[in-house]
Design a binder for this molecule. Structure first.
Ligand SMILES: [Zn+2]
Length: 241
């Protein structure tokens, strides 16, 4: 009798514990798409609390090696991404490009609102703090070989994974989607879970409705293809975990 009570208690505790772990990563569709903040994000910089804690630890460690890491873009809301998208759309339209040409051009580097990993507070764009930074910061050549941020990139190649940060838009030629972004790091322990949720919740239906409401110029076939090439297979390893 006593033993069975103990066993029941054990499983009850296990369930409660599992539930709290699951909830730790649970974002609503509104949070996954940058429409609302989750309770896991800092109200000030809106980064995921765990991701930010880990970033600060990494930043401190890098500083010991004289590398000052600076975030230039962290959390981004749906509306902010919409502004970026619309600004680029108008620019390319003026250049005389067709709708599909424009959509292809925008999604070389920018996301369609609602699909950005920056909505989750787990992803950051970083630079190295230096005295004379170039005008265009987020350019691949700045991070490679003799580029101005190459010391930081080298340090990140060696150490970022220790703090849970990974490059997602790598220079792997087998990868489809966004171009190489050596500045974009993702806090993998949380972001992997959120991408799985993003796919499981069929978030794209909610996003497509929001895009229509925002009067954004979109094409449903393009959007479907984009999800496959740019979002779902950001990294196959992300989906399997
Ligand atoms: Zn980014």
């Amino acid at each position: 009798m006593k033993q069975s009570l103990l066993i029941t208690l054990f499983f009850l505790l296990l369930t409660i514990n599992n539930k709290s772990i699951a909830q730790e990563y649970n974002y609503s569709i509104a949070c996954l798409t940058g429409k609302e903040l989750s309770k896991f994000q800092n109200p000030t910089n809106r980064l995921h609390k765990e991701a930010y804690r880990s970033f600060l630890a990494m930043q401190k460690e890098a500083a010991k090696d004289n590398i000052q890491i600076q975030i230039v873009s962290g959390y981004r809301s749906f509306n902010r991404q919409l502004q970026i998208f619309n600004r680029k759309y108008t620019r390319y339209q003026k250049q005389g490009l067709s709708k599909i040409q424009i959509l292809n051009k925008i999604t070389e580097y920018s996301t369609i609102p609602g699909t950005s990993r920056h909505h989750w507070g787990t992803d950051i764009d970083i630079i190295q703090k230096i005295s004379n930074p170039p005008k265009n910061l987020l350019v691949a050549k700045n991070y490679e070989e003799a580029g101005v941020f190459c010391n930081m990139k080298e340090w990140m190649d060696k150490n970022a994974h220790k703090y849970g940060f990974d490059l997602v838009y790598t220079n792997d030629t087998n990868r489809t989607g966004f171009k190489y972004e050596p500045w974009h790091y993702s806090y993998a322990p949380i972001a992997k879970k959120l991408l799985t949720q993003f796919i499981q919740y069929e978030t794209h239906n909610a996003i497509y409705k929001d895009l229509k409401k925002s009067k954004i110029k979109m094409d449903s076939l393009f959007f479907k293809k984009y999800l496959k090439t740019h979002i779902y297979n950001t990294d196959n390893e992300y989906i399997n975990n």
